[in-house]
Design a protein around this ligand. Sequence first.
Ligand code: AMP
Length: 541
Amino acid sequence: MLEGLSQDYQLTIPAILKRADELYGEREIVTRRPDKTFHRYTYADFVSRTKKLTVALKGLGVESGDRVVTLAWNTYQHLEAYFGVPCSGGVVHTLNPRLHEDDLAYIVNHAEDKVMMVDEPLLPVFEKFRENSETIEHVIVFNYGDEPVPDGMISYEELLEGADENDFEYPEFDERQAAALCYTSGTTGRPKGALYSHRGVVLHSMMSAMGNAFSLSDNDVVLPVVPMFHVNAWGIPYTATLTGSKQVLPGQHLDPASLIEDYEQEKVTFTAGVPTVFLAMLQTLDQEPGKHDLSALHSMVIGGAAAPKGVIKAYKERHGIEVIHAWGMTEMDPIGSVAHVTPEIKALPEEEQLEYKAKQGYPTPFVEVRARGDEGFVPWDGETMGELEVRGPSIIKSYFNTEEGDDKFSEGGWFRTGDIVTIDKYGFIKITDRDKDLVKSGGEWISSVELENALMAHPAVAQAAVIAIPHEKWDERPLAVIVLKEGESVTADDLREHLESDFAKFWLPDAYEFVEEIPQTATGKFLKMKLREQFQDYTLA
Ligand code: AMP
């Protein structure tokens, strides 16, 4: 091989920070504080504080590869952690406060998190699993006012005050070093870690910023509604910092009224989140015609669950907002495809264009896709279904610290997504079904298997199967189908009470149906497909 003479410049998160440091100093970052007032500062402030955080973390003993976990909303402090932790050589691990405390403790222990950074309003969530977290040595509180932090915890503001920015040096890492860690609950079994490298994060940021994906530049004002604990807010904090966009971080205020106010006041051009949020917002906008000026907002990315065609159309027709449908997975960091309207599609009649906009989109650069059917890979004819497999530089090659899930990776390094799709001649993917036995409610996963096991532990229950029922507000909600033991009786309320203490509230089934039998395979597995058919017209109250 004749080796090329391009430099081996390492693609790292510190390199993104350095660019912001040198070029974007005057741009703004705006955050909604817990009390709803706005905190404003510039990229220059952000960089300066991030440098201090890096110095402080090293002072606390954070070394290369150490995990620093965050439990926080979308805020400037969280953004500082997104950069400061990887700059210290550590791995920034984001924790989803909506999970049950047993899962949170499991994840922290599995990740062996050394330092916890917790948002003041989320302290009660942390208290629920603090005692069961075995590896945490320091707890830092992202504090806002003058209230002292609880005993034994460190005030973030005091920590930064005590650090000298001049002690910061831009580190030179191998780009393959670990930078960020997210656990997915969208799998069977225990939550599993997706550990991204610096290189993976940087390349993901670049491909997300491109014109045929999110199309971001320094002219944009970016507001991620998707929480920074959901696959790094789809990478947007890194992408927007790379492009030098103004950033607006909504904190914990994700209700339509607050978001609409943010959009108007800050002249937001780009926003992204799950369908649930934007469905609620559509209702508010429809109820208040002409009241809001969202003319700056050119892109609303909806992903994490299917964006309904009617919603895409309604935003465009009634509010002039372009919905861009996107698909991805935690294992992909997460963006995999974006339904950007290509020149070929633009040439089609409106109604046909809408069909494409409602698909999950075509792959972002360097994401390769193929779909495997019963008889090998399916043709890209938009009709034949198969399980979607992907590979690319921001997709994980195995889960962190476990062999569980190894069967998800097929030969040649492809990752099996568990999504059943068609792919058409333009490479547009359409999800038709899901192989995973899970319910996705408002962007959060619910494991049907875990609910079934808990239900079957009830003395009156012989069999229980949980299936997803389409739901207007939450996309999907769980329905429990129950066969009782002979001579036993139990009510839906009894079963709900039985589950309540072990699961997060949003996991509890919306309804319980009592039946004579649940269809099964010859090997005694529930035939969920059949059951879904049986309940296809079921409506939840
Ligand atoms: P997560 O790892 O929690 O981000 O979940 C990834 C999974 O969510 C995918 O494998 C899909 O099953 C589902 N998903 C994500 N985006 C979409 C979308 N736009 N339409 C339908 N399902 C989606």
